[in-house]
Design a protein around this ligand. Sequence first.
Ligand code: ADP
Ligand code: MG
Ligand code: MG
Ligand code: MG
Ligand code: MG
Length: 443
Amino acid sequence: TEYSREDILRIAENENVRFIRLQFTDILGAIKNVEIPVSQLDKALDGEMMFDGSSIEGFVRLEESDMYLKPDFNTWVIFPWEHNGRRIARLICDVYDIDGNPFEGDPRSNLKRVVKEMEEMGYEGMNLGAEPEFFLFKLDKEGNPTTEPSDEGGYFDLAAMDDGEECRREISRTLEEMGFEVEMFHHENAPGQQEISFKYADAVTSSDNLQTFKLVAKTVARRYNLHATFMPKPIYGQPGSGMHYNVSLFREGKNVFYDENDEFGLSKEMRHFMAGLLMHARGYTAVCNPLVNSYKRLQSGFEAPKYIAWSGRNRSPLLRIPSTRGAATRAEVRSLDPSANPYLATAAILKAGLEGIRNETELDTPVDENIYEMTKKQRDVENIEDLPTTLYTALKALREDEVIQEALGKHIYKQFYDNKYLEWQMYSAQITEWELDEYLTQH
Ligand code: ADP
Ligand code: MG
Ligand code: MG
Ligand code: MG
Ligand code: MG
């Protein structure tokens, strides 16, 4: 929906909104809020609300800490739940520095910068349809999350209501109330695992939607005494949670990935875009799979890709082309997981694809056999590379990929890299249960 300043002031008054959350996202993907009483809304809409950027991990240095929040009016929404009987609305904001320039450490402003590059190449928009998966787990007596799936009991007692199913339905209903067009929700392969996919939108809106979606899932789950988690691989031996990205480029309202004269219905631009996605796959993995835990999913098989290849047929490679054509012609990137910061992941994916178009990179032939059944030798013959297998190798690949570094911009790249490298070092120093089980008595 499009809102003017006057619309927002009027709605806030009529609907008796008491507080407004000015939201933005930090480099690691966490939603940050500055909450203001409705009396300050006027000032906030003028982009005059200041906050101290140095209070946010890795955002800015102390001496440049004053930041402005400029709300995007079209993100206005009243939360369909109350806080102690009070109604609260939110506005998603861009972060500006004291001189009035977009702050280069703000992931949303950074994405807008990459979107602008796309526009300068003559495209109207990248459409992005994400399919985030997540787990619903029970809470223990103290209210802390467990890894016990929401729906375990349901197998034996058919009369018992499945809390997970009810909860998923309520998440979906709440999203619709907030203006989402939910296309589909279903139970995924693991116990307690769910997927809700909503209609594609432009790059920035889709990224906003993912952040809102996570907030809604977590908020609603609590009401059902459940915990919604976007951790990529919470249970050993079960499928992890992915977040497929469906992408296409539009110009003059038409999907430029579709070409009715091509044998497969795919345009040259789409082939180049895909070639870019394949070429930079190792480089963007750290951004799209940013946790130590992300690699436990990527390594485990199930539906998660391990190899850099594309196919129009099977679901094992990194890139798939769903069989629908016309306006729905799209590439599906299957490696991402929902722990990724959507603004950074979207910037990296878009930049990789645009780079393929800019350089007219040739697309390799598709791999239509099951890659998991090929030997290493066969894969070498077909020139099929591996995705990084750990956060460490992913960070190394990012360090070697200047295009993806550019997609993040200098400030974010440095903060992200340093932060993630530290995470890897901390993890590497841990002594795990697995090691004790394997080694303690053996050596
Ligand atoms: P899957 O078959 O992989 O499970 P889903 O139906 O769960 O696919 O999700 C498909 C996603 O692709 C939805 O978010 C949908 O809106 C989106 N989508 C459809 N057409 C396009 C397009 N042209 N560009 C980008 N995304 C699209
Ligand atoms: Mg799906
Ligand atoms: Mg599916
Ligand atoms: Mg799925
Ligand atoms: Mg999919």
